[in-house]
Design a protein around this ligand. Structure first.
Ligand SMILES: *Cc1c(COP(=O)(O)O)cnc(C)c1O
Length: 363
């Protein structure tokens, strides 16, 4: 089954145990005897699914009760717009943004529709190969918020620490590494992550929002674009993506019961990443990792070969041998191996061996 060797950047691999339960649920849910695709979002069954998904996320990440957990639509791209609509519009403050890669660069243009924006650091000139140090960030105590992306999915850069000033609300797009390891939730005013990289299928976005920050939203916003709507209705203002939330709930259950939590997951993920970086670093003249060493991501490994012809050869040979999703993002090309939670240590070891064999043949 190809799912075992799926290194796609997103939508990414899901655990085999979850896929099997999902397959059965499409025909008939064990609890109701009906297909998950035909279940009412107002049913008691779905209320229980929502409650368990929220509770599992709270348990896994240690989310305190003064934070809301919302299940929204529109992907992380909608959050780029909703964040400044709710928390920059109508203030006299500036919003601060760290631009460290393809995805974080998408956020400031959306904020500029709503108010003044400071890009406090931009890695574009360096080709997005590293992340800023704390002393490189000219931060203000008066900013409306500071926004950053904890893991740059395209370039394969991951923050080891948490940037920002204690008094300024910190907002983070964790689309590609939420649930990959522990998070110090109380450092943040808001965290968001769509499901399709590490949490489940596409169609649902998790938003973790501190209550006092949420209540700061001002102005008369369209109902669906106001976080307070989703807080007050507990993510049931309109029809939510029932199927995506159901599968996300199964993924959180798998992480809790089969893996044993996010700290155990982080150990597994770090070991997986070491295996693949080790294979790449063993052939430095052949494989070239995009990220500078201290900023390397454990989720996404972007790398290049000496020339485009060899890269094409690589992708063809990989596919033939059952390794999928290794092409780089269309914005930078090259190659990328994504090692999300559901990618097994066995699949990762097989990839590392394959990388070694390929280098010995063509290097
Ligand atoms: C993939 C990705 C996005 C885009 O999310 P959509 O749900 O497609 O809008 C945003 N941020 C990060 C960090 C991503 O990896």
């Amino acid at each position: 089954m190809n799912e075992q060797k799926n290194f796609s950047g997103g939508p990414g691999a899901l655990p085999l145990a979850v896929l099997r339960q999902t397959r059965d649920a499409i025909e008939a849910l064990p609890e109701t005897g009906l297909s998950v695709l035909g279940m009412s979002h107002r049913s008691a069954w779905f209320r229980a699914v929502l409650d368990e998904a929220e509770q599992n996320l709270r348990t896994l990440l240690g989310i305190p009760s003064h934070y809301h957990v919302l299940f929204m639509q529109g992907g992380s791209s909608l959050q780029f717009s909703m964040l400044p609509m709710n928390f920059l519009r109508g203030t006299k403050q500036r919003a601060e943004y760290i631009v460290s890669g393809y995805w974080s660069a998408k956020a400031p243009p959306e904020a500029r529709h709503e108010g003044p924006v400071s890009v406090v650091w931009d890695g574009y000139d360096g080709g997005y190969t590293r992340l800023p140090h704390a002393d490189e960030l000219p931060l203000s105590r008066h900013a409306a918020y500071l926004h950053y992306v904890s893991n740059e999915t395209v370039e394969g850069l991951e923050f080891a620490g948490v940037p920002g000033l204690p008094d300024v609300p910190l907002v983070c797009d964790m689309s590609s590494n939420l649930l990959a390891g522990p998070v110090d939730i109380e450092r943040y005013a808001m965290i968001y992550a769509h499901a399709q990289k590490n949490l489940g299928p596409s169609g649902v976005t998790v938003v973790i929002l501190r209550d006092d920050f949420a209540r700061r939203a001002r102005g008369s916003l369209p109902t669906m674009l106001d976080y307070r709507t989703h807080i007050d209705t507990r993510s049931l203002y309109n029809t939510p993506p029932v199927f995506a939330i159901y599968v996300l709930m199964l993924v959180t259950r798998w992480l809790r019961d089969d893996i044993g939590g996010v700290a155990a997951m982080a150990d597994i993920n770090h070991a997986k990443a070491r295996t693949v970086y080790g294979a790449l670093d063993a052939h430095p003249g052949f494989y070239r990792v995009h990220a500078e060493r201290p900023y390397r991501s454990s989720m996404n490994i972007a790398f290049r070969l000496p020339d485009a012809v060899t890269e094409t050869l690589f992708l063809d040979a990989a596919k033939r041998d059952g390794f999928h999703g290794l092409e780089g993002h269309r914005s930078i090309g090259g190659l990328r191996a994504s090692l999300y939670n559901a990618v097994t240590p066995e699949a990762t070891a097989a990839l590392a061996q394959w990388l070694t064999d390929f280098a010995q043949r063509y290097g």
